[in-house]
Ligand binder design. Structure first.
Ligand SMILES: CC(C)(COP(=O)(O)OP(=O)(O)OC[C@H]1O[C@@H](n2cnc3c(N)ncnc32)[C@H](O)[C@@H]1OP(=O)(O)O)[C@@H](O)C(=O)NCCC(=O)NCCS
Length: 145
């Protein structure tokens, strides 16, 4: 699979897809700031339609997976796996020792996905995310590279 680097011109499409995928979506400004900060950002198109994207921040020897998203109609078709493999390979090649992420404790689908690829829970951040009624915990997960 050929993933393409995300650039500024992609952001309207990325933001529109993000709004369809997440209950609490990143804004265009969040993606813009990520690009500006030099984070790794990749996407996949099929027939010119955006179907998946991800953002990773490198920090010394740790890669932080900040966002991984597949459009609803293409979920459970192997795109997430391909994208995660690609990101882990790149991080490994860059000398990173592990990949870290935070996930909403209610996001059981994503937790199952990460566990399937050997991420393990290493902690919790209480009330880390806003939710409809207040705050929600983040589960911190890590995978050795
Ligand atoms: C989580 C996400 C990135 C996974 O991508 P995907 O393309 O749907 O997942 P894949 O098809 O590559 O799944 C690979 C494996 O992960 C596991 N998995 C994926 N989705 C799952 C689900 N909903 N429930 C249980 N296991 C799941 C399965 O083991 C699956 O293999 P299988 O289909 O052969 O059983 C995608 O569903 C998504 O964008 N979800 C909404 C956004 C989100 O929650 N992002 C992560 C938090 S920021």
């Amino acid at each position: 699979m050929n993933f393409l680097p995300m650039d500024e011109a992609d952001l309207p499409a990325v933001t529109a897809a993000e709004q369809r995928i997440h209950r609490f979506p990143w804004t265009l400004g969040n993606f813009h700031d990520s690009l500006l900060a030099g984070h790794e950002a990749w996407l996949q198109r099929e027939n010119n339609e955006l179907v998946a994207f991800a953002v990773v921040m490198g920090a010394v020897d740790e890669a932080h997976l900040l966002n991984i998203s597949v459009v609803p109609e293409r979920q459970r078709g192997g795109l997430g796996r391909a994208l995660l493999d690609f990101l882990c390979d790149r991080a490994r090649q860059a000398g990173m020792l592990r990949m870290l992420l935070e996930v909403r404790s209610s996001n059981q689908n994503a937790i199952a996905f990460y566990q399937r690829f050997d991420f393990v829970e290493i902690g919790r951040r209480r009330g880390y995310y806003p939710d409809a009624t207040g705050r929600e915990d983040a589960i911190v997960m890590s995978k050795k590279l």
